[in-house]
Every structure is written in C-alpha cells, then in structure tokens.
Design a protein around this ligand. Sequence first.
Ligand code: ADP
Ligand code: MG
Length: 487
Amino acid sequence: MGYLAKIGLEMHCEISETNSKVFSSAANTYSSIPNSNIRPLDMGFPGTLPVVNKEAVKMALKTSIVLNCSQPEYMYFERKNYYYPDMPKNYQITQETKPIPVGIYGHVEYECNGEEKSVRVNNIHLEEDAASQDHLFDVSTIDYNRAGVPLLELVTEPDFHSADEAVSFLEHMRSVYQYLDISEADSKKGQLRCDVNVSIMDENLDENNPKNWGTKVEIKNVNSFGGVRDAINYEIKRQSKLKDNGEYDKVVQETRRWDEESQSTITMRSKVDALDYKYFVEPNIPKFKISKEWLKEIKESIPELAYDRKKKYINEYNLSEYDSNILVKEKSISDYFEKAVELGCDIKQAANWVNGMILSYLNYNEMKIKDFFITPEMLKELIDLIESKTISSKQGKDVFYKCLEEKKSPKQVVKDEGMMQITDENEIINIVNEVINENESQAKTYDSQNPKALDYFVGQIMKKTRGKANPSVASKLMKEALEKLVK
Ligand code: ADP
Ligand code: MG
C-alpha cells in the first residue's frame, strides 16, 4: 500500500526592516558587536515595560493581507511562559493561541515545478525573537542583540505532500517578504527558520478528514531550505518503513531535530502541550484597535509581488518563463526592468540587456543594482541608439563598457568616440565612387552572379570608414553602382 505524506510548516521570519525592536527602542541591526543593541527591557529587568512597535504591526498586517487572512479588529498579545537562558523574562510575548493573531485562515498560491499549488494558512502572528546562544568547548555564550527582534510566525495547514512543495512555498514566501520590504529573509543570517511537521497516511483514505491523518512528528528549527528538504524526505522514509514493518506504533508524537552530520532526524523530547506554557494575555500591552482606515491604507501600499509580475511578463510582455524567472528573482532588478519598460524601452531588448550584460556585470563585480552606474534612462538611450542603427549591436556592447569605465552616458560615449554609424546615402555614395575609381579593373570585371564578388568592395568601404558605414546601406549602394557599371 502506498502512503500520502502530510506536511505542515511553521515558518519564522525575522523582520529586518524596522528601525527598532518589537517592544523596545534598541536598534534592530544584525552586524553589531554582541550585546551592544540592548535595552533593559531586552534583558528582562524588573520594572521595564514593553511598547509596541507600530511599524512592525504594520508589516505583520501587510503580510496577513497578502496571505488572504482575516485581520483582527483588536490586537492583543499574550505571554508564553517557559524558562530558557536565551529568554531572561521567562516568557515570550507572542499571540498564537487565544487572542486573535494578526492574521487567521488564509491561503497562498505558489508554484512548484511549473504547477500552480495552493496551501491554507492557519495563522500568522507577531512575536519577539529570543537571544542567540553559541556553544564552544566548555563554555556557552549568549548574545542578547537578537532578544526582542520582531519575528513573524506563519503556520500552514498540513497541505504539502512533498519536500518539493514545502520548499517551493518557502521560496515563494521569501520573495514575498523581500518584495514587501519586510525582511532580507536571508537564511544564512538566520532570518528564516522553520519547524517542519510530517506524518503519513494511507493514500486510499480521504485526506480532508483529519481523522485519517497519521501521527505527526515535529522537526524543530531547521535553518536552511536544503535542511527542510532533507528532513522531510528522511522523515517520510523513516515513518513509511516503520509502517511497512507493522511498527507504526513506534511513530510517536514528538519533537525531533535535523542533524546535518548524520543526515537524520533525532529525538529531542516528547511533545510539549500548549497547556504547559500557561498562556495568558500580556497585561502590560493594552489591546488596541486596528481601524478600517489604517487597514485600507496598508492594503493600498502593497506593491505588485514577484508572482504577479512574473505572470505579467509571460502573458503580457511575451517573455519566456526562463527570462521572467530571472527578472523577478530580486525585486531591485525587477524594479529596474520595470522602470526601463515604463520609459518606453523595447521590452525584449530591455529584458535581454538586464538578464545578459547587466546581471553578469553585477554578479562578476558583486555589485548591487542600486550602485550600478547605468540608470534605466541610460539603458533606454543605449537601446535607442542601436534601434535607430546609429550604432551596431556589437558597438552597443563596447559603449556599455565605456559608459561604466568613463562614467559617461551612452550618447556621450558615442559622440566622444565618433562611433556614429554612417547611414546617410549621399555620404556613402561618395565613398562607393571612390572605391570603384581606385579599383577600376576589378570593378569592370565584376560578376553579379558571384555573391562573393561584392564582399570585396563592401570591405573597402568599411576600411575607408573604419567600420562606421552602415553595412546594409553600403552593400545595397555598392551593388547598384557595380551592376550599372557592368551592364
Ligand atoms: P500542535 O498543537 O501540536 O502545535 P497544531 O495543530 O498547532 O499542532 O499544528 C502545528 C503544525 O503541525 C501546523 O503546521 C500543522 O499544519 C501541522 N500538522 C498538524 N497535524 C499534522 C499532521 N497530522 N501531519 C503533518 N502536519 C500536521
Ligand atoms: Mg501549535
């Protein structure tokens, strides 16, 4: 019998784009000296009081809207009580259980291997991150800089059936957070962390009935997408094998962790129940109203996201799926392309330049597009110079590099380098005549049936103009002149 995997994710994303932490005025920055971004509140000192960061609430609401969740009329927070050295208050301020979280019951459409998929969102809530710990030989260190960094936790229903689906969803959400300017969402910086829940069930049973679901195992704190993929695949295999062997009772509800070294999941503890955390409403943060006007304002500030832009590029701009994927991958790149299109650049040309010359230059020089000298306006100039045949497309590449080297606009480079193509027919006819006079005997024996014969004469024009004559005009005029001569 086959099994169907059911997978639910609890995705944590640190908000990196607020100035300060979620309940204190300490800076929300990453790269500073350990224990330098802290206020007494982050250390849990008695007598300190939390103040809610409005910007963080706004970002949380923005995400809630994008996830098609319902937003609460009033916001509350609650205390989740437990002891751990990385949490000196002995409780975390969060909002998962009773008081309504910032978003509830939504759904997200995402793409997996070219297919459109949908996942239900149970809730999204705003909470504070804990401090970070490091364990060295026989000492452990704690850095409280991270304590109080705003954190969004998104809880999905167990709608994923494979590691591919789960990872595609995570990639989709990373892009959403980046496009919304909420977080860099960089898993290398620990900004994205995931708890992965996996169970298997008989594939013949109805998966919409939770009674048919198997026992779930939670894998805590997987901090890379590769880890999520490996942990899911490992867990499906482990559980299937036990079930095959009639040992399904060995799959128990527990918390495991992903161990990179052994490439396996390892038991951490049996599942802690919500009851153990003794949740209660955080008394130091009065509930506050989310006005309809504010929600409307937030809704209107939501930009077009990668998923929608990609659809537009394929369906309206007729770009390939491959090109569209590259263009939307980073918002700043996509913004640059959008600006060029808005300025009236030929869409296909703009896409080719951005995905070709520009991205390779940026990657090679490890540069961000915001620091790139050629603006969308200049790109338009360059494309127009080529389209109008003022320069050839090969010259276009030279102009591109010269612009960057000499910090000049394309027009300026073309002017300074005398690169204008000669397209004026009168000017070219003069050169045609010169060439014929200088090569009289060859011209008189010109064989119009031999296609190669013309090449020599056109070559002479190019030599005289140092390649600046427009090749198609030059060859047309030369052909006419020679044919007239030998007629
Ligand atoms: P708990 O009360 O144990 O925390 P929740 O119902 O809050 O469980 O769900 C936590 C996560 O586990 C969610 O992402 C949910 O989708 C997922 N989940 C719940 N049941 C299952 C299951 N049978 N198999 C896989 N994932 C599950
Ligand atoms: Mg739970």
